[in-house]
Each structure stands twice: as structure tokens, then as C-alpha cells.
Design a protein around this ligand. Structure first.
Ligand SMILES: [Zn+2]
Length: 315
């Protein structure tokens, strides 16, 4: 089983890398900031990936035994919003029946989807030293499904899976062992019924509702109820959970300066054990807002609640 910590690209330092490597983390996840500016933060990441100094950091990570992955909200990068005027039908239809360029796209438009898949394949090749596991998530948030006559019979998670299947077919043309994550979170937590995953699509379960301050109990229950069903639908091979145990960006409400951070080691240990027992192959957590600016304010961040929990599994 593999462990992974996801951080923002601007937080990557040799110190972070050495800390993760010395504590036995297997994978370094690079996660450009999500939200409404996700396309811009992804573009900034791609610029960084051209810089020798940033590549040197990733080389250092690899030399210290860390594998590298990139996880990001990619929909508005893959289908640039500027294309709306010329190709409105590539974009989603809202509940009022209007084509809109706010979020995601129409996964039933063959031409649009072909363009998205081609751009995804290009993007995959720009991700320096990436494992052949790709995380091109839809836009951040909920209620982004397409309501066009072709799409409306599919749930949000089914629409996502239609797009991922097509993208993966394209990736496999140049990266035959490519795999793609179907992220199950917020309103894409529902188990697909009418769409089957292509070979190489794996489950990524991100229990976001669990962390909401003003919890909608029904959403949290749905999330927990969906988990075993998702595992049985997608299988446990390569199945990954993406947790928020070390996510100081969430705990800081995505606003800098970061808040002081403490993870509850007992909770993390119990949850890591439970996920391992369910058969997950990879256990990841966001670990954002714990970079140099954090360290300057509060000293070295403690990621051992996660890494200790992982090492305890082997004992
Ligand atoms: Zn549609």
C-alpha cells in the first residue's frame, strides 16, 4: 500500500521533500490550488514545470525515492472558457436550458470531448516525472452537471465517468499503461449505474462532507453509505482514498496566513487502519498550507500523525 501527501506547487521545498522521504511517504502529490481559479493555477504550475529550479526539486524528490503525481481540477483548463462564443454546444446546459461556460462541459458532445481528450493527452506529457496515474478532476464544487437532452439521464458521477473513459482512451494512445482517477466527492459521490469504467479507471474517494463545519448530516451519511458501494463498483485495485487529515488549507479556510495546525493522531491512525482493511491500495492526504510561511510562523509542521499511522500498519 502506498502513502501520499499532496501539497501546493509553491510550497514544494527541499525541506518538505526530505521530511516526507525520511518519514517513509511513498508519493509526493502536486496539487495546484482549486476553486474558481483552478485553470490559472494549473497554467502557473505548467510554467513552473518549465523552470530548471522547480524541476530540480522534483528530481530531488525522485532521488529520495518519492514517486510523483499531479492532482488537479482540470475541466476549465481542458475546455478553455474562451471557446464558448464559437462552440457553445461543447459546454454544459444549465437547468434553465441555457448553454453556460461557468463549470465543466457537456460530455455528450463528441467534438468537444475529442478536443478535451486531446488537450488532456498533451497535459499528461507536460507533467514532469509523473507516475502514469492521472487526476484530471472536473471543476471544484457541486451542481455542475449538464442538463442537455443527451446528458440529463446521467447522474453527475456518470457524466464524469463518460468524460474520463474518453480521455483515458486518448491517453492510452501514447501512454499505454495510463490510469485515471474517478474522483468520488460532493455530488459525484453517487455510484454510477449506467456507465462502466474503462480498464484503468480507478476509484478516488475524497470524504469532503465529513469536514464541513456546519454539517449537512444527510450529505455526510450519503458519503459514508456510498463508500462500500463505490469500492464494489470500481474494485479495490488501485483504489485510493484522498483524506484531509493534514489539510491546513481546509482548516485555514483557504486563506493565508495559515492557522496553527494539529492533527489528531488517534483519529488518523484509526481511519488509516479502517481504510486499509477495506482494501484501499493508496492512502493519501492533502497537506497544504504547511510550507515555509507556516514554518516561519509556527515552526516545523508535524506530519507524523499520518506517517506513524501508516508505519503502524506494517507492525
Ligand atoms: Zn450535455
Amino acid at each position: 500500500m502506498k502513502s501520499e501527501i499532496l501539497i501546493h506547487p509553491e510550497e514544494l521545498t527541499h525541506k518538505q521533500i526530505h521530511r516526507m522521504a525520511s518519514l517513509g511517504v511513498n508519493i509526493l502529490g502536486i496539487h495546484p490550488v482549486g476553486g474558481n481559479d483552478a485553470a490559472d493555477s494549473l497554467k502557473q504550475l505548467l510554467c513552473r514545470l518549465e523552470e530548471p529550479s522547480f524541476r530540480a526539486l522534483l528530481d530531488d524528490a525522485a532521488e529520495h525515492g518519492l514517486e510523483i503525481e499531479y492532482e488537479m481540477h482540470a475541466a476549465s483548463y481542458l475546455l478553455p472558457r474562451e471557446m464558448f462564443a464559437e462552440h457553445p454546444t461543447y459546454f454544459r446546459m444549465n437547468e434553465a436550458g441555457e448553454r453556460v461556460s461557468d463549470f465543466d462541459f457537456c460530455p455528450s458532445n463528441e467534438e468537444g470531448l475529442a478536443l478535451i481528450a486531446a488537450r488532456a493527452a498533451e497535459l499528461a506529457h507536460k507533467l514532469y516525472r509523473s507516475r502514469h496515474t492521472y487526476y484530471f478532476w472536473m471543476d471544484d464544487g457541486r451542481n455542475h452537471a449538464c442538463h442537455c437532452p443527451k446528458c440529463r439521464r446521467f447522474s453527475a458521477s456518470e457524466q464524469q465517468l463518460i468524460a474520463l473513459n474518453r480521455i483515458l482512451q486518448e491517453l492510452k494512445k501514447t501512454i499505454p499503461d495510463a490510469k485515471m482517477a474517478h474522483i468520488a466527492y460532493v455530488d459525484r459521490i453517487e455510484v454510477p449505474q449506467q456507465v462502466k469504467p474503462e480498464e484503468g479507471i480507478f476509484l478516488e474517494f475524497a470524504p469532503y462532507e465529513k469536514y464541513m463545519k456546519d454539517p449537512d448530516r444527510q450529505r455526510q451519511e450519503e458519503e459514508q453509505r456510498a463508500l462500500p458501494l463505490l469500492l464494489s463498483y470500481f474494485g479495490t485495485r488501485d483504489a485510493k482514498v484522498l483524506e484531509y487529515w493534514l489539510d491546513n488549507s481546509l482548516f485555514s479556510h483557504w486563506k493565508k496566513p495559515p492557522k496553527p495546525f494539529f492533527a489528531n493522531a488517534d483519529t488518523v491512525a484509526a481511519e488509516v487502519r479502517a481504510y486499509a482493511k477495506m482494501g484501499f491500495a493508496q492512502i493519501a492526504t492533502f497537506g497544504c498550507f504547511l510550507g515555509d510561511d507556516y514554518e516561519a510562523l509556527y515552526g516545523e509542521p508535524d506530519i507524523t500523525p499520518f506517517t506513524d499511522a501508516f508505519q503502524a500498519l506494517d507492525r
